[in-house]
Design a protein around this ligand. Structure first.
Ligand code: DX5
Ligand code: ZN
Length: 218
């Protein structure tokens, strides 16, 4: 199984985003992961639609936009217009998740749903067929460079069982503390997409690090 690698721009130099995007264009990265935070759902504030739009102008790969914001329904259309290809919302931030995922799909974007480390996978059982992607948070969202939470392996396996039962085309993506050391085990548990921020951007040669990740396969 080949791995979809989505390097997270959160760990890039925000004053040199174009340079980071061009590095990713030239690399074997599959998607560009963009972390949007509102200071309410998570304790940090990052970037919004204008920056996504600016990234879109240079990126030649799908934009994998991870919304860590309350009531994301308010912004679905504007992220579509900014150029997002995949839009992931948090289960914990949505009152009517079925409605939200349908609204994302209606714009033509792929719809993703993410769960925090404390949220059980079984909450996805009645929603999984309406999602294109499940994003398992393997750290508490808000910051890059945190330590991987070990029970995430079990959650990936549980998600893989739901995938088999209800939605064989589902992408299972993992975000937080992903490294060259745990990548293979994550794939073995059933993940097929990995986000990597610190592991890519703190490497002496990020493009080479991406290549090393891409060599991880089952
Ligand atoms: C954390 C973000 C992640 C972050 C991952 O809230 O959702 O995408 O960039 O960073 P690393 O790979 O450094 O843990
Ligand atoms: Zn993320």
């Amino acid at each position: 199984m080949s791995l979809i690698l989505s390097p997270s721009l959160l760990s890039a130099d925000f004053a040199n985003l174009q340079q980071a995007v061009e590095m990713l264009n030239a690399s074997q990265a599959d998607w560009l992961h963009i972390d949007v935070m509102d200071g309410m759902f998570v304790p940090n504030i990052t970037i919004g639609q204008p920056v996504v739009k600016a990234i879109r102008k240079h990126a030649r790969k799908p934009l994998d936009v991870h919304l860590m914001i309350m009531d994301p329904d308010r912004y679905i259309q504007s992220f579509k217009e900014a150029g997002a290809d995949i839009l992931t919302v948090h289960e914990e931030a949505c009152r009517h998740l079925n409605r939200t995922l349908n609204a994302i799909r209606q714009t033509g974007m792929k719809a993703g749903v993410s769960i925090n480390p404390h949220t059980p996978v079984c909450l996805l059982e009645n929603i999984i067929e309406y999602a294109d992607l499940v994003l398992i948070m393997s750290v508490n969202p808000g910051f890059g460079g945190q330590e991987f939470i070990e029970n995430s392996y079990r959650k990936i396996e549980e998600t893989a069982r739901l995938k088999e039962k209800y939605n064989p085309d589902l992408v299972i993506e993992v975000d937080g503390g992903v490294s060259l050391e745990n990548a293979r085990k994550l794939l073995e548990c059933g993940a097929n997409a990995l986000v990597a921020g610190n592991a890519v951007f703190s490497a002496p040669d990020p493009e080479k690090r991406i290549e090393e990740f891409k060599r991880t396969s089952l």
